[in-house]
Design a protein around this ligand. Structure first.
Ligand code: M6R
Length: 614
């Protein structure tokens, strides 16, 4: 199955037969459908004939910006819009898209990332372009503008643009002097909607199905040029015009965003392939990790805090920093940080605050305390770069997972862990430490290995789910770097199955909890290759008491012989890759069990995505 990049910003463009007051209303309805893709800022640009382009944009979601600007009353014969989920440049009015070319003849918007943005910027500056924003979209607009201004056709101009701009993105542009709108798909999803009196293009299908059931699914490398009646699709790599099939959809709009999955939870598990790829590509091209590594290196002592899944990720990160970079770190739950360390944190120490949302109250309490006492510097590791923590801490490193919609975290956990492994390796290099056990080549295998891990777990989770469902309680054990993985697996299960799995350190199990084991009590062991003898011995302690033993990890003859069930991961033979991949079968078994019970894993009872209360 080919998946697009995870949802990140939304774009939409439309051409009507003639000027109409319904343009603004249609664009707002499309924006509402796309609102899950970004709420850091929204911008709309409309034009009529060859009159000036009316561009309005600001921070906020579609409801707020529509109230501010009256988008739904804007009239014209064509328009484009963008909803931003910030990845480059803080969310502010200047960085909001769409963006003008310097002469305001052209306006454009994109989603995704231009990974060689710094190089394009430098090159265009040498040619006289001046930039007002930190946003890579501005470079894309100027690059396109440059080629169109030189007299090239859209086909020629975009051929040149994709020869220079690297990354996964989709973009939409319109001009003052043309009724045509152009859109390009280079990695992010893009659909063309067809109706009798308009043609439109959008990042997702529901925003098109809102107006018409006829659509064309565009493919990577497609440039589409359209007005209200006609469109042509030009293949940029092959330099030829092609036809694509027109589909008449019978899809239920409400479910279309999750397609081809029934829930965001499973979609986001699959998005770990592209999410990890994005992180590696963006860290590599932007050097966004440098400040974090420097802060870690210079700190007197490092304290790291987070809640829930973010805590499990930072706990695994603590192992990486110890093993790879020889950096000792104090890991705590955010709510535990002050009771444990407030009297000992001092000048020169660093507080690292790890949070998907960047808004969790338990972390805000630590930040507020540090700010008031002025005892230590703060650094956030966040997914939402427009969040309070991201904007207020002394430093910030993004994890580039893009929007996570399902309440239980899956893909953001994996990217948090990837962030820590990446920065631990960079820190070791900065300190001249010759670490062993993981190489950059290994790390770059992660996206494909995630894909293989998902495929390998699909059948085994179906077999195991009915067995585990018979038991209201179980243990998930991990040793060394799989301890946080076991805790995260147990949390996933609790969140969506509503049972009671306990994730704990395997060697601790015999110090009391072993007493719960009797006939058929399930214990899942998450293994590392080098711990096989120890894990086998822990398994035998359960087997001889007639418990059910499940092995989660790389297959081996030893496990095959004694385990009742297996949730395998690929035989990577590498403890670090093992620690990243082994959470995936646990996420998947939790999903399988939730579905069997009829629970909605996207919205577990009693929970909310962002906890802004104590
Ligand atoms: O946004 P944060 O990472 O700060 O959220 C922390 C926890 O609330 C969060 O991880 C929670 O445990 C999730 N529901 C886990 O799936």
């Amino acid at each position: 199955m080919v998946l697009e990049l995870p949802p990140m910003c939304g774009i939409f463009g439309i051409v009507l037969k003639k000027r109409s007051a319904k343009l603004g209303d249609m664009m707002v309805r499309a924006a509402e459908r796309l609102s899950y893709r970004g709420y850091d800022s929204v911008g709309m640009a409309v034009a009529n004939g060859d009159g000036a382009i009316d561009l309005r944009k600001d921070v906020g979601n579609i409801a707020q910006t529509n109230e501010q600007f009256g988008y739904d009353r804007m009239s014209g014969d064509r328009g484009i819009l963008q909803l931003r989920w910030a990845t480059f440049g803080v969310p502010n009015t200047v960085n909001a898209q769409p963006l003008f070319s310097p002469d305001e003849v052209m306006v454009g918007a994109h989603n995704g990332n231009i990974t060689n943005d710094p190089f394009i910027r430098e090159k265009l500056e040498r040619e006289g372009y001046k930039f007002l924003t930190e946003n890579d979209g501005e470079r894309l607009v100027c690059l396109t503008h440059k080629h169109l201004k030189n007299g090239k056709s859209p086909e020629e101009a975009y051929t040149a643009v994709i020869g220079e701009a690297e990354g996964d993105f989709a973009s939409v542009f319109m001009r003052r002097d043309s009724r045509e709108v152009y859109a390009v798909k280079m990695g992010s999803s893009l659909y063309l909607g067809l109706a009798d009196d308009f043609i439109c293009v959008s990042s997702d299908l529901p925003s098109i199905l809102e107006f018409t059931r006829k659509y064309v699914r565009l493919e990577n490398g497609d440039l589409v040029v359209f007005n209200d009646r006609d469109y042509r699709i030009f293949r940029l790599p092959e330099q030829e015009y092609i036809e694509r099939p027109v589909t008449v959809s019978d899809i239920d709009i409400e479910n279309a965003n999750k397609e081809p999955f029934a829930h965001f939870f499973m979609k986001e598990i699959h998005e770990q392939v592209e999410g990890t790829r994005s992180l590696l590509s963006l860290y590599g091209s932007t050097g966004v990790w440098k400040d974090f590594v420097e802060a870690l290196d210079k700190a007197n002592r490092v304290f790291i805090s987070g809640a829930g899944t973010s805590y499990h990720a930072l706990l695994l990160g603590t192992y990486y920093f110890n093993k790879i970079a020889r950096l000792p770190i104090f890991p705590t739950w955010a709510s535990q940080m002050l009771p444990l360390y407030s009297n000992t944190v001092g000048e020169g120490d660093l507080l690292v605050l790890v949070s998907q949302s960047g808004e969790t109250k338990d972390l805000m309490n630590v930040y507020d305390w540090a700010k008031e006492k002025r005892v230590a510097k703060t650094f956030s590791v966040v997914n939402n770069i427009g969040s309070t923590l991201a904007l207020h801490c002394d430093g910030m490193i993004p994890i580039y997972s893009y929007l996570e919609i399902s309440v239980p975290a899956t893909k953001t956990y994996t990217n948090q862990v990837m962030c820590f492994l990446y920065t631990a390796m960079k820190l070791a290099e900065r300190r001249g430490i010759a670490y062993k056990g993981i190489t950059w080549d290994d790390l770059h295998r992660v996206p494909e290995l995630v894909r293989e891990t998902i495929a390998a777990a699909e059948e085994p989770v179906k077999e195991l789910a009915p067995v585990l469902l018979k038991h209201p309680s179980m243990h998930i054990l991990g040793q060394d770097m799989t301890h946080p993985v076991a805790m995260e697996g147990a949390l996933k299960m609790k969140e969506v199955v509503y049972n009671h799995p306990e994730g704990m350190y395997s060697s601790e199990f015999k110090h009391g909890p072993l007493a719960v084991v009797d006939k058929d009590y399930p214990v899942l062991f998450v293994s590392l290759p080098e711990n096989e003898d120890l894990v086998l011995s822990h398994m035998n302690e359960v087997i001889c008491r007639e418990g059910i033993v499940v092995h989660v990890g790389q297959p081996s003859r030893g496990y095959d012989k004694i385990c009742h069930y297996k949730l395998p991961i690929p035989a990577v033979g590498n403890p670090y890759l093992n620690s990243i991949l082994s959470v995936i079968p646990l996420q998947m078994i939790a999903y399988e069990m939730a579905i069997a019970l009829g629970n909605n894993p996207d919205q577990p009872r009693n929970l909310s995505k962002t906890l802004t209360v104590d």
